[in-house]
Write a protein that binds this ligand. Structure first.
Ligand code: SAH
Length: 256
């Protein structure tokens, strides 16, 4: 869904920073990971390979993401990479005794919104991970809770996991009474008035049919409200439910 990309700027502003990456193939694969999830800002801090962006492995692993690769920024220090960011998050396989608050990728992504100010996810090198000095400059640390016997993912795969979780969190935030979910077909969300009217109608029908005893209603209506509140009712669905209620009423009257 590319509409999201234009609606929300987080896809443009979230910076994926790779520190001292040694394998050009990983840079290409990271560019691909970003592109598939709708992101585009890749920044390299002192990559080991000169001309990493032109390296055949980088191009081969980028596959269709050559544009992200071509726009990748190369800087000489973490400070430069973080310029203009309001928040920096270290992404590390290693949990340190003294570290910023530790989050899972999902928890981190849950804190994003469609137009967060620029922030960065900072990944370490294949060989050494992230130096402590870099982690100390970050406000939070994200750890992918992998198999404790084998915690270290390939760098580009770690980038993919983060990019996926961030995308999912943004897509899920598209589910709101105002906008509906960003994926698939969506009708017009029902208003509170329409929902209340439907419940009153349904209650009458349930009484007239004998299913609901007004002398002893128990928790039937609150329970039905709870059930329907989980389903984000749409106008068309309200009409269907009211049609069912009308039919119950007329059948109950005929039976009398
Ligand atoms: N040998 C390194 C591992 C580097 S893997 C070390 O000991 O730290 C390269 C990078 O991928 C890491 O620096 C981190 O940014 C990311 N990464 C790999 N596995 C991860 C995990 N389980 N959680 C968070 N990030 C991870």
């Amino acid at each position: 869904m590319n509409t999201l990309k234009t609606d929300t700027s987080i896809f443009e502003t979230l910076r994926f920073v790779l520190v001292e990456t040694s394998h050009p193939g990983n840079v290409g694969a990271a560019a691909r990971a970003l592109k598939t999830m709708g992101f585009s800002r890749l920044v390299l801090v002192s990559p080991r390979h000169n001309d990493v962006l032109g390296h055949p492995d980088a191009k081969a692993f980028a596959s269709g993401a050559l544009d992200v690769l071509a726009n990748t920024q190369i800087v000489g220090s973490i400070d430069e990479a973080l310029t203009g960011c309001v928040h920096a998050t270290a992404v590390s396989a290693r949990l340190r005794e003294f570290s910023p608050q530790v989050l899972t990728p999902r928890q981190f992504a849950g804190g994003l919104n469609g137009n967060s100010p620029p922030q960065a996810l900072v990944f370490g090198s294949e060989r050494y991970g992230l130096p402590n000095e870099v982690v100390e400059q970050c406000d939070t640390l994200v750890n992918i809770p992998a198999n404790p016997e084998h915690t270290s993912l390939n760098l580009a795969q770690a980038v993919q996991v983060l990019a996926y979780e961030c995308r999912m969190a943004i897509l899920e935030k598209g589910i709101s009474p105002q906008t509906g979910n960003a994926i698939g077909f969506h009708g017009i969300p029902a208003t509170v008035d329409q929902i209340n009217g439907m419940f009153k109608h349904l209650e009458k029908a349930l009484v007239v049919s004998g299913f609901l005893n007004p002398e002893s209603p128990k928790k039937l209506m609150p329970r039905l409200r709870r059930l329907f509140s989980r389903s984000h009712l749409e106008t068309e669905e309200i009409n269907i439910l009211r049609g069912i209620a009308t039919q119950i009423e007329s059948l109950a009257k005929k039976a009398k």
